[in-house]
Write a protein that binds this ligand. Structure first.
Ligand SMILES: Nc1ncnc2c1ncn2[C@@H]1O[C@H](COP(=O)(O)OP(=O)(O)OP(=O)(O)O)[C@@H](O)[C@H]1O
Ligand SMILES: [Mg+2]
Length: 250
């Protein structure tokens, strides 16, 4: 999937994002970081056609059904149980209901939610709901997953486990991820490529880092790899500079 020269504005106003280009190759884990308001969520919405860009293109051979979404707010149906929420995407895709429910249970179990299938979303914690939403996306076996700060509300142990699952899926082939995160360590430890957006309005991609930490990776322990600290420092300095620049200009 290639985003080329993407410019997004709302209501004909000054562009929030200008001339952004990035690529997510098959089997790649790519992160997008940048200050709040720099247009990260807007870019993800443009990738799936929920946001019409002012100019630029999104090139992909994937169909809508092959792109999974995990947004900042999860979108579980409150009147359906966790199991039914996960199964829904499958039955909509034509999978027979009994099989869909069995697969839903298997995904809930993988994400540490066995025994929670009968619960309605209001009876789950924020982190549990997030994992149900992730199960819903993964159960449909997308080829590309767009994730917008999906791990923020998870406790450290659950987060490490869920992240490890996602990384393992990417490393076993066939799926790619475009992750938006404010967590620079997370971006570097998980990704092959990290793109940095400057502060908006007219935010643009100022850096592209390639993370030369070998795979398979353990997301926690890859932080100890010698390539990690220097890259982290660069990314941190570049991000701080982007933000300071705007503060000084204001
Ligand atoms: N529907 C909308 N109408 C008008 N302006 C919008 C709309 N959605 C977003 N914006 C503006 O566009 C800019 C980019 O928003 P976006 O949500 O893409 O930023 P972001 O990088 O995802 O920020 P955060 O890190 O806080 O989630 C912001 O200034 C925001 O106020
Ligand atoms: Mg956002």
């Amino acid at each position: 999937m290639h985003v080329r020269d993407l410019t997004i504005s709302y209501g004909g106003g000054e562009p929030v994002l200008e001339g952004a280009s990035l690529s997510v190759g098959a089997g790649r884990f790519v992160s997008l970081v940048g200050p709040s308001g720099s247009g990260k969520s807007s870019l993800l919405r443009a990738v799936i056609g929920l946001q019409q860009p002012l100019s630029g293109t999104v090139e992909t051979t994937l169909t809508h059904a092959e792109i999974g979404l995990l947004f900042q707010d999860d979108a579980l149906l409150p009147w359906k149980t966790a199991r039914d929420n996960v199964a829904l995407g499958l039955t909509l895709n034509g999978v027979e209901r009994r099989k869909a429910l069995a697969e839903a249970d298997a995904w809930l179990e993988r994400l540490g939610l066995s025994g929670f299938g009968d619960r309605f979303p209001r009876r789950l914690s924020g982190g549990q709901r997030k994992r149900v939403a992730l199960a819903q996306v993964l159960a449909r076996q997308p080829k590309l997953i767009l994730m917008d700060e999906p791990f923020a509300s998870l406790d450290a142990i659950v987060r490490a486990r869920v992240v490890r699952d996602v990384v393992a899926l990417v490393e076993s082939g066939g799926i790619s991820v475009l992750l938006v995160t404010h967590d620079l360590e997370e971006a570097l430890s998980l990704s092959d490529d990290v793109y940095l957006l400057s502060q908006g309005p007219r935010a643009h991609i100022t850096q592209h880092y390639q993370v030369a930490i070998p795979r398979p990776r353990d997301p926690v322990h890859s932080r100890a790899h010698p390539a990690f600290a220097p890259l982290y420092e660069r990314l941190w300095d570049d991000l701080s500079r982007a933000v300071d620049h705007r503060v000084e200009a204001a």
